[in-house]
Design a protein around this ligand. Sequence first.
Ligand SMILES: Cc1cc2nc3c(=O)[nH]c(=O)nc-3n(C[C@H](O)[C@H](O)[C@H](O)COP(=O)(O)OP(=O)(O)OC[C@H]3O[C@@H](n4cnc5c(N)ncnc54)[C@H](O)[C@@H]3O)c2cc1C
Length: 413
Amino acid sequence: MKPDVLIVGAGLAGLCCARKLHQQGVSFLILEASDGVGGRIRTDLIEGFRVDRGFQVFLTSYPEAKQVLDYESLELRPFLPGALVRHGGAFNQLTDPWRRPLAALGSLFSPIGSFVDKLQTARLRSHSLKGTSEERFRDPETTTIEALKNAGFSASMIDRFFRPFLGGIFLDPELQTSSRMFHFVFRMFSLGSACLPTEGMEAIPRQLAAGLPSDSVRFGAKVVRVQPGLVMLESGEELRAGAVVLAVDGTGAAQLLGDVMPSAGQSVTCLYFVARRSPVEQPVLVLNGEGRGPVNNLCVPTVVAPSYGPSDESLVSVTVLGIPRDEELLQTEVRKQLRDWFGLAADDWRHLRTYRIPYALPNQVPPALAVPERSVRRQSGLYVCGDHLDNASIQGAMVSGRRAAAAVWEDIS
Ligand SMILES: Cc1cc2nc3c(=O)[nH]c(=O)nc-3n(C[C@H](O)[C@H](O)[C@H](O)COP(=O)(O)OP(=O)(O)OC[C@H]3O[C@@H](n4cnc5c(N)ncnc54)[C@H](O)[C@@H]3O)c2cc1C
C-alpha cells in the first residue's frame, strides 16, 4: 500500500519526523541506505564492548529530547561535571565550571587571569541561562573564538580549557564555529548532565524506532533520486507517496537536490583501546590543555557506564580532531602521548578499533546559524530535515525532524 509520506534516512531527524507523523495518524515508510537506525549514532558490539562510532555524549537538558525520549529506560550514566585537564605535566581537576564557575577555576588557571576568567565564566553562565534556548540562537553571531576573546577570557583559559573542550564538541580546534552554538552549548551544560545510555548511544535512536510500527523502516534502500512525491532507489525501483521528506546529512541532501554543495563538514577520528586497568578512576572527560600531540580528549566509557564492557577490562575512547592521513604514524603518536600521560602501562593497551568519520558535523562557521531554523519546505510534496537545517547536535536533528513533520501536516490537512 502506498504510504502518505516517504522519509529518506533513519537518523534522529528521520525518526523524529516519523514519530510525529505517526502520532498524527499519517502513514509513512522510512528508506534507509544502511543496515540499522541511528545514522551518525551507532554502537558496535566488539569483543563484548559497546563501542560508539565516534565519541559523543547525550545532554539531558536538550529541550526536544526531554519531550521525545524516555530518559528512565535509557538508564543514563552521567559524566562528572567539569573535566580533568592535562597541563604542565599533570592532570588538573576542573569541577563544574557550568554551575559553580567561581569555585571551579581557581586552582587550574591561577595566577594568570584567574580572577577575570572566573568573573567572565560567571557572567557567561548568567547570559547563557537567560531567556530560552531559542533566544540564545538570536544572540549576535560571531565565531566562538571571537566571542571568548571579546568576553575577556585570558589566552591560557582559552587554550587550556575552552579550545580542547569546545573544540572536542564542535570538532573544530580553531573555534571558528558560530558563537550562537557556543552559547547554546554552555546553556545546555549549565542546565543538565552529559551522559551515556547504559546500552550505548545507539539506544537513543533505537528507542525512537521502537515507538514506530514494526515495518516502518526498509534497510539497504539507498535513494538516488528524489522529487515531490517520488523517490528512486539504487536498484532502479520507484516509490511514490503524497510527500517525500529527505532526512539525510547536509552533503547527501545537496547531492540529491542538485544544490550547491555545502562547505566540508567537521571530521574526526576516534580510537578505542582496551586497558587492564582504567587510567582514570572517575567518570570524567580528560582534555588536552597542553596544545601539543594528536589527542584532543579521552574518556573511559566503562567507568561512566560499566555496561560498556566486561568487568575485568576498561574501554578507553580517544578523540583526535580531523582525519590524519598516515594511519601508522597516528597510532605511534597517540601511543606516545598516552604513555606520556599514563606511563608505561599505556603501552599494553590493546587497540580495538579506529573510526574515521569524514562528515561528523555540518560546518557551522558564521553565518551558518544566521537563520537558526532554516526552511524544511522545498516545494509542495518535498521536504528536508537534518541537523544541517537547525544545528549540529542531537537537539538540532530532533527539532528539524519534528518541524518537517509539522510542515507536511500543514500541507496535507
Ligand atoms: C563523532 C560524532 C560526535 C558527535 N558528538 C555529539 C555530541 O556529543 N552531542 C550531540 O548532541 N551531537 C553530537 N553529534 C552530532 C549528532 O550525532 C548529529 O547531529 C545527529 O545524529 C544527526 O542526525 P541526522 O538525522 O540529522 O543525520 P544522520 O544521523 O546523518 O542520519 C541520516 C541518515 O540518512 C541515511 N542516508 C543517507 N543518504 C541516504 C540515501 N541516499 N538513501 C537512504 N538513506 C540515506 C544515513 O545512512 C543515515 O542513517 C556527533 C556526531 C558525530 C558523528
